[in-house]
Design a protein around this ligand. Structure first.
Ligand code: ZN
Length: 148
């Protein structure tokens, strides 16, 4: 049995990889437990803080996991679909700058971060203040502002 390389994903991440969110932990110790294992299942446990959700959503962008991104998007701002696999962006790094509220006892929170990505070999960075809201013990992404 040969393995076809034509459908190989750009980012190969497994449990023993460093987590793509650059927390310094292994993927299995960090964001993997929040990501839904398949499109028909929900995550084994929800993120406890807005920052955890932010990190796991970044990983979902790295992995092209549209299901998780849509599951963790607030219904009032959620797009119908994302078409991540059509995007030329390859995510290469995340740095959380500050967080406001977003702890286990809170119901809203913001996370200020810088994410870096490459498009056709050229590096870019995205700086965003993301707003999160917790509904039924699940943190959801509401929207982002872009500081100038
Ligand atoms: Zn992580």
């Amino acid at each position: 049995m040969g393995t076809s390389r034509t459908k190989e994903k750009q980012n190969k991440i497994d449990s023993k990889s460093d987590c793509p969110c650059q927390s310094g932990l292994l993927f299995q110790q960090c964001c993997q437990r929040f990501l839904a294992p398949s499109s028909t299942q929900t995550a084994t446990q929800p993120a406890k803080t807005a920052e955890q959700l932010m990190r796991s959503r970044y990983c979902a962008y790295v992995l092209g996991n549209e299901t998780y991104l849509l599951q963790t998007w607030h219904p009032k701002t959620r797009p119908a679909h994302l078409n991540l696999n059509d995007s030329p962006n390859r995510w290469i790094g995340l740095k959380i700058k500050t967080t406001t509220l977003g702890q286990e006892s809170d119901s809203i929170g913001t996370v200020h971060f810088i994410a870096r990505y490459k498009t056709n070999g050229k590096a870019h960075k995205l700086e965003e203040n993301s707003q999160f809201e917790k509904i039924n013990d699940h943190w959801l992404y509401v929207k982002g502002d872009f500081p100038s």
